[in-house]
Design a protein around this ligand. Structure first.
Ligand code: APR
Length: 308
Protein backbone atom coordinates (compact mmCIF):
# COMPACT_ATOMS: atom_id res chain seq x y z
CA UNK A 1 0.00 0.00 0.00
CA UNK A 2 1.10 3.51 -0.74
CA UNK A 3 2.74 6.26 1.22
CA UNK A 4 1.37 9.74 0.57
CA UNK A 5 2.97 12.98 1.69
CA UNK A 6 0.96 16.18 1.97
CA UNK A 7 3.04 19.34 2.14
CA UNK A 8 1.35 22.19 3.98
CA UNK A 9 -0.80 21.37 6.99
CA UNK A 10 -3.07 24.37 6.65
CA UNK A 11 -6.74 24.30 5.75
CA UNK A 12 -6.38 22.49 2.43
CA UNK A 13 -3.51 20.14 3.36
CA UNK A 14 -5.16 19.00 6.58
CA UNK A 15 -8.40 18.36 4.65
CA UNK A 16 -6.58 16.29 2.02
CA UNK A 17 -5.06 14.18 4.82
CA UNK A 18 -8.36 13.84 6.64
CA UNK A 19 -10.46 12.92 3.59
CA UNK A 20 -7.78 10.53 2.31
CA UNK A 21 -7.47 8.82 5.70
CA UNK A 22 -11.22 8.20 5.64
CA UNK A 23 -10.91 6.39 2.30
CA UNK A 24 -8.63 3.86 4.04
CA UNK A 25 -6.69 3.12 0.85
CA UNK A 26 -3.12 4.16 1.72
CA UNK A 27 -0.78 2.81 4.36
CA UNK A 28 0.60 6.09 5.65
CA UNK A 29 0.03 9.81 5.26
CA UNK A 30 2.84 12.18 6.22
CA UNK A 31 1.83 15.77 6.79
CA UNK A 32 4.60 18.39 6.54
CA UNK A 33 4.59 22.05 7.55
CA UNK A 34 7.21 24.60 8.44
CA UNK A 35 5.18 26.07 11.28
CA UNK A 36 6.16 24.49 14.62
CA UNK A 37 4.12 21.45 15.53
CA UNK A 38 1.09 22.28 13.37
CA UNK A 39 1.49 19.20 11.16
CA UNK A 40 2.05 16.97 14.20
CA UNK A 41 -1.12 18.26 15.81
CA UNK A 42 -3.32 17.87 12.73
CA UNK A 43 -1.98 14.39 11.99
CA UNK A 44 -2.62 13.32 15.59
CA UNK A 45 -6.13 14.78 15.49
CA UNK A 46 -6.98 12.82 12.32
CA UNK A 47 -5.42 9.66 13.79
CA UNK A 48 -7.64 10.06 16.87
CA UNK A 49 -10.64 10.16 14.55
CA UNK A 50 -9.72 6.70 13.22
CA UNK A 51 -11.35 4.66 16.02
CA UNK A 52 -14.57 6.66 15.54
CA UNK A 53 -14.71 6.50 11.77
CA UNK A 54 -13.07 3.08 11.32
CA UNK A 55 -9.96 3.53 9.24
CA UNK A 56 -6.44 2.16 9.64
CA UNK A 57 -4.37 4.65 7.63
CA UNK A 58 -1.56 5.81 9.90
CA UNK A 59 -0.69 9.49 10.05
CA UNK A 60 2.34 11.44 11.15
CA UNK A 61 3.12 15.14 11.19
CA UNK A 62 6.63 16.50 10.80
CA UNK A 63 8.82 19.34 9.61
CA UNK A 64 11.63 17.00 8.61
CA UNK A 65 11.65 15.82 4.98
CA UNK A 66 13.49 12.64 6.02
CA UNK A 67 10.10 11.40 7.23
CA UNK A 68 8.73 11.71 3.70
CA UNK A 69 11.26 9.20 2.31
CA UNK A 70 9.97 6.87 -0.41
CA UNK A 71 6.63 8.59 -0.89
CA UNK A 72 4.60 7.35 -3.85
CA UNK A 73 2.49 10.48 -4.14
CA UNK A 74 3.16 14.01 -2.88
CA UNK A 75 0.40 16.61 -2.69
CA UNK A 76 1.66 20.18 -2.44
CA UNK A 77 -0.63 22.66 -0.69
CA UNK A 78 2.12 24.80 0.83
CA UNK A 79 1.86 28.48 0.23
CA UNK A 80 -0.10 31.47 1.31
CA UNK A 81 -3.84 31.48 0.56
CA UNK A 82 -5.62 34.23 -1.31
CA UNK A 83 -6.93 37.11 0.82
CA UNK A 84 -9.92 39.31 -0.11
CA UNK A 85 -9.10 41.59 -3.03
CA UNK A 86 -6.05 39.54 -3.98
CA UNK A 87 -6.03 37.81 -7.37
CA UNK A 88 -4.52 34.35 -7.65
CA UNK A 89 -1.75 35.90 -9.70
CA UNK A 90 -0.70 38.23 -6.85
CA UNK A 91 0.45 35.12 -5.11
CA UNK A 92 2.85 34.12 -7.83
CA UNK A 93 6.30 34.99 -6.56
CA UNK A 94 5.80 33.97 -2.94
CA UNK A 95 4.19 30.66 -3.79
CA UNK A 96 6.53 29.84 -6.69
CA UNK A 97 9.51 30.08 -4.34
CA UNK A 98 7.75 27.89 -1.80
CA UNK A 99 6.71 25.27 -4.39
CA UNK A 100 10.19 25.14 -5.95
CA UNK A 101 11.92 24.64 -2.60
CA UNK A 102 9.35 22.07 -1.49
CA UNK A 103 9.83 19.99 -4.67
CA UNK A 104 13.60 20.03 -4.24
CA UNK A 105 13.34 18.88 -0.62
CA UNK A 106 10.84 16.16 -1.55
CA UNK A 107 13.08 14.75 -4.28
CA UNK A 108 16.02 14.47 -1.92
CA UNK A 109 14.13 11.64 -0.21
CA UNK A 110 11.74 10.20 -2.82
CA UNK A 111 13.08 9.18 -6.23
CA UNK A 112 10.17 9.15 -8.61
CA UNK A 113 7.00 10.29 -6.87
CA UNK A 114 3.82 11.55 -8.48
CA UNK A 115 3.40 15.22 -7.59
CA UNK A 116 -0.05 16.81 -7.38
CA UNK A 117 0.03 20.58 -7.02
CA UNK A 118 -2.78 22.47 -5.28
CA UNK A 119 -1.05 25.76 -4.43
CA UNK A 120 -2.23 28.83 -6.35
CA UNK A 121 -1.96 30.34 -8.90
CA UNK A 122 -2.47 26.70 -9.83
CA UNK A 123 -1.47 26.41 -13.47
CA UNK A 124 1.77 28.28 -12.96
CA UNK A 125 2.60 26.55 -9.67
CA UNK A 126 2.23 23.24 -11.51
CA UNK A 127 4.63 24.52 -14.16
CA UNK A 128 7.04 25.62 -11.39
CA UNK A 129 6.85 22.18 -9.79
CA UNK A 130 7.42 20.48 -13.15
CA UNK A 131 10.50 22.60 -13.83
CA UNK A 132 11.92 22.02 -10.36
CA UNK A 133 11.21 18.29 -10.44
CA UNK A 134 12.57 17.29 -13.84
CA UNK A 135 10.13 14.36 -13.85
CA UNK A 136 7.98 13.20 -16.74
CA UNK A 137 4.89 15.36 -17.22
CA UNK A 138 2.66 12.33 -16.65
CA UNK A 139 3.83 12.52 -13.03
CA UNK A 140 3.49 16.25 -12.29
CA UNK A 141 0.06 17.82 -12.58
CA UNK A 142 -2.35 20.06 -10.75
CA UNK A 143 -5.73 19.88 -9.05
CA UNK A 144 -8.22 22.49 -10.20
CA UNK A 145 -10.65 20.99 -12.68
CA UNK A 146 -12.29 18.57 -10.26
CA UNK A 147 -12.95 21.46 -7.88
CA UNK A 148 -14.19 23.87 -10.55
CA UNK A 149 -16.39 21.16 -12.07
CA UNK A 150 -17.72 20.29 -8.61
CA UNK A 151 -18.73 23.91 -8.08
CA UNK A 152 -20.44 23.95 -11.47
CA UNK A 153 -22.20 20.65 -10.74
CA UNK A 154 -23.30 21.86 -7.31
CA UNK A 155 -24.83 25.04 -8.78
CA UNK A 156 -26.70 22.98 -11.40
CA UNK A 157 -27.95 20.60 -8.71
CA UNK A 158 -29.25 23.54 -6.70
CA UNK A 159 -30.97 25.05 -9.74
CA UNK A 160 -32.70 21.77 -10.65
CA UNK A 161 -33.24 20.59 -7.08
CA UNK A 162 -31.68 17.21 -7.91
CA UNK A 163 -28.78 15.25 -6.44
CA UNK A 164 -25.32 16.60 -7.33
CA UNK A 165 -24.37 12.93 -7.84
CA UNK A 166 -26.33 12.92 -11.08
CA UNK A 167 -24.62 15.88 -12.71
CA UNK A 168 -21.79 14.93 -15.08
CA UNK A 169 -19.70 17.72 -16.48
CA UNK A 170 -16.34 18.65 -17.88
CA UNK A 171 -14.55 21.95 -17.68
CA UNK A 172 -11.31 23.07 -19.27
CA UNK A 173 -8.73 25.86 -19.26
CA UNK A 174 -6.92 27.71 -16.52
CA UNK A 175 -7.96 27.79 -12.86
CA UNK A 176 -9.21 31.34 -12.90
CA UNK A 177 -11.77 33.67 -14.33
CA UNK A 178 -10.99 32.42 -17.86
CA UNK A 179 -11.86 28.78 -17.14
CA UNK A 180 -14.11 27.15 -19.74
CA UNK A 181 -17.17 25.26 -18.46
CA UNK A 182 -18.69 23.27 -21.32
CA UNK A 183 -22.51 23.12 -21.19
CA UNK A 184 -22.49 21.02 -24.38
CA UNK A 185 -20.72 18.28 -22.41
CA UNK A 186 -22.88 18.62 -19.28
CA UNK A 187 -25.61 16.08 -18.55
CA UNK A 188 -28.04 15.29 -15.77
CA UNK A 189 -28.12 11.50 -15.62
CA UNK A 190 -27.52 11.46 -19.36
CA UNK A 191 -30.02 14.24 -20.19
CA UNK A 192 -28.30 17.22 -21.84
CA UNK A 193 -28.38 20.09 -19.33
CA UNK A 194 -29.35 22.45 -22.15
CA UNK A 195 -32.74 20.66 -22.28
CA UNK A 196 -33.35 21.28 -18.59
CA UNK A 197 -32.01 24.76 -17.91
CA UNK A 198 -32.64 27.73 -20.16
CA UNK A 199 -29.58 29.37 -21.62
CA UNK A 200 -29.67 32.66 -19.65
CA UNK A 201 -29.81 30.73 -16.36
CA UNK A 202 -27.06 28.37 -17.54
CA UNK A 203 -24.93 31.35 -18.55
CA UNK A 204 -25.36 32.77 -15.04
CA UNK A 205 -24.27 29.41 -13.55
CA UNK A 206 -21.20 29.38 -15.81
CA UNK A 207 -20.32 32.91 -14.67
CA UNK A 208 -20.83 32.01 -11.01
CA UNK A 209 -18.55 28.98 -11.49
CA UNK A 210 -15.80 31.14 -12.95
CA UNK A 211 -15.93 33.35 -9.86
CA UNK A 212 -16.52 30.40 -7.52
CA UNK A 213 -13.21 30.70 -5.69
CA UNK A 214 -13.59 34.45 -5.23
CA UNK A 215 -17.14 34.03 -3.91
CA UNK A 216 -15.81 31.88 -1.06
CA UNK A 217 -12.87 34.20 -0.35
CA UNK A 218 -15.40 37.00 0.06
CA UNK A 219 -17.58 34.94 2.39
CA UNK A 220 -14.83 33.50 4.58
CA UNK A 221 -11.93 35.94 4.33
CA UNK A 222 -9.68 33.17 3.01
CA UNK A 223 -9.82 30.58 0.25
CA UNK A 224 -11.86 27.39 0.42
CA UNK A 225 -10.63 24.05 1.77
CA UNK A 226 -13.30 21.34 2.06
CA UNK A 227 -14.00 20.87 -1.65
CA UNK A 228 -10.38 21.55 -2.71
CA UNK A 229 -9.08 19.02 -0.17
CA UNK A 230 -11.63 16.39 -1.21
CA UNK A 231 -10.80 16.97 -4.88
CA UNK A 232 -7.08 16.35 -4.33
CA UNK A 233 -7.89 13.23 -2.28
CA UNK A 234 -10.06 11.96 -5.14
CA UNK A 235 -7.08 12.26 -7.50
CA UNK A 236 -4.90 10.30 -5.06
CA UNK A 237 -7.59 7.63 -4.89
CA UNK A 238 -7.76 7.29 -8.69
CA UNK A 239 -3.99 6.75 -8.79
CA UNK A 240 -3.69 4.42 -5.81
CA UNK A 241 -6.59 2.25 -6.99
CA UNK A 242 -5.55 2.50 -10.66
CA UNK A 243 -9.10 3.51 -11.47
CA UNK A 244 -8.53 5.12 -14.88
CA UNK A 245 -10.93 7.90 -13.91
CA UNK A 246 -11.56 10.66 -16.41
CA UNK A 247 -10.99 13.96 -14.63
CA UNK A 248 -10.18 17.48 -15.72
CA UNK A 249 -6.60 17.93 -14.55
CA UNK A 250 -4.04 20.69 -15.02
CA UNK A 251 -1.63 18.90 -17.36
CA UNK A 252 1.25 19.75 -19.66
CA UNK A 253 0.15 20.02 -23.28
CA UNK A 254 2.53 19.25 -26.11
CA UNK A 255 0.48 19.88 -29.21
CA UNK A 256 -2.94 18.77 -27.95
CA UNK A 257 -5.63 21.36 -28.68
CA UNK A 258 -3.00 23.23 -30.71
CA UNK A 259 -1.24 24.26 -27.48
CA UNK A 260 2.40 23.67 -26.62
CA UNK A 261 4.49 23.69 -23.47
CA UNK A 262 1.71 24.96 -21.26
CA UNK A 263 -0.12 23.66 -18.19
CA UNK A 264 -3.91 24.00 -18.39
CA UNK A 265 -6.97 22.01 -17.44
CA UNK A 266 -7.91 19.21 -19.85
CA UNK A 267 -9.67 15.86 -19.46
CA UNK A 268 -7.22 13.06 -18.71
CA UNK A 269 -7.28 9.39 -17.79
CA UNK A 270 -5.86 9.13 -14.29
CA UNK A 271 -4.60 5.88 -12.80
CA UNK A 272 -1.46 4.06 -11.66
CA UNK A 273 1.62 6.07 -12.62
CA UNK A 274 -0.34 9.31 -13.06
CA UNK A 275 -1.73 10.68 -16.32
CA UNK A 276 -2.17 7.80 -18.76
CA UNK A 277 -3.73 9.80 -21.55
CA UNK A 278 -4.84 13.32 -22.40
CA UNK A 279 -8.27 13.23 -24.02
CA UNK A 280 -8.76 15.53 -26.99
CA UNK A 281 -12.39 16.61 -27.28
CA UNK A 282 -13.71 17.84 -30.60
CA UNK A 283 -14.31 21.39 -29.46
CA UNK A 284 -16.35 23.70 -31.67
CA UNK A 285 -14.92 27.02 -32.85
CA UNK A 286 -16.25 29.06 -29.92
CA UNK A 287 -15.14 26.55 -27.29
CA UNK A 288 -11.68 26.32 -28.88
CA UNK A 289 -11.39 30.12 -28.82
CA UNK A 290 -12.34 30.22 -25.13
CA UNK A 291 -9.73 27.55 -24.38
CA UNK A 292 -7.04 29.42 -26.29
CA UNK A 293 -7.98 32.72 -24.57
CA UNK A 294 -7.67 30.94 -21.23
CA UNK A 295 -4.33 29.43 -22.28
CA UNK A 296 -3.11 32.92 -23.26
CA UNK A 297 -3.97 34.17 -19.75
CA UNK A 298 -2.04 31.26 -18.21
CA UNK A 299 0.90 31.83 -20.57
CA UNK A 300 1.16 35.46 -19.42
CA UNK A 301 1.61 34.35 -15.81
CA UNK A 302 4.01 31.59 -16.86
CA UNK A 303 6.13 34.26 -18.52
CA UNK A 304 6.12 36.29 -15.29
CA UNK A 305 7.44 33.18 -13.54
CA UNK A 306 10.05 32.51 -16.26
CA UNK A 307 11.41 36.04 -15.80
CA UNK A 308 11.65 35.76 -12.01
N1 APR B 1 6.90 24.19 3.51
C1 APR B 1 5.86 23.60 4.13
N2 APR B 1 4.74 24.25 4.46
C2 APR B 1 4.67 25.54 4.16
C3 APR B 1 5.70 26.24 3.50
C4 APR B 1 6.86 25.50 3.17
N3 APR B 1 7.90 26.06 2.56
N4 APR B 1 5.32 27.53 3.35
C5 APR B 1 4.09 27.63 3.86
N5 APR B 1 3.69 26.46 4.36
C6 APR B 1 2.46 26.09 5.02
C7 APR B 1 1.96 27.17 5.98
O1 APR B 1 2.67 27.15 7.21
C8 APR B 1 0.51 26.80 6.14
O2 APR B 1 0.28 25.97 7.25
O3 APR B 1 1.39 25.97 4.09
C9 APR B 1 0.18 26.04 4.84
C10 APR B 1 -0.87 26.72 4.01
O4 APR B 1 -2.04 26.64 4.71
P1 APR B 1 -3.13 27.79 4.77
O5 APR B 1 -2.49 29.08 5.05
O6 APR B 1 -4.25 27.33 5.66
O7 APR B 1 -3.64 27.84 3.25
P2 APR B 1 -4.68 26.89 2.55
O8 APR B 1 -6.05 27.45 2.65
O9 APR B 1 -4.44 25.49 3.01
O10 APR B 1 -4.25 27.03 1.02
C11 APR B 1 -3.02 26.49 0.56
O11 APR B 1 -3.85 25.90 -1.59
O12 APR B 1 -5.92 26.27 -2.58
C12 APR B 1 -4.62 26.73 -2.46
O13 APR B 1 -4.80 29.12 -2.79
C13 APR B 1 -4.51 28.11 -1.85
O14 APR B 1 -2.21 28.43 -2.41
C14 APR B 1 -3.10 28.13 -1.37
C15 APR B 1 -2.89 26.68 -0.92
Amino acid sequence: MSKVTVIGAGNVGATVANVLAHKDIVKQIVLVDIVGDLAKGKALDTWQQAPIDNYSTSLMGTNDYKDTANSDIVVITAGIPRKPGMSRDDLISTNANIVTSVVKSVLEHSKNPIIIVVSNPLDVMTYAAFKAAGLDSSKVFGMAGILDTARYRAFIATELNVSPKDIQAILMGGHGDTMVPLPRYTTVSGIPVTELIESTVLDAIVERTKGGGGELVKLMGTSAWYAPGAAAAQMVEAIVKDENRIFPVCAKLDGQYGLNNIFVGVPVVLGKGGIKKIIELKLDKDEMKLLHDSADAVKEVMEVFDKM
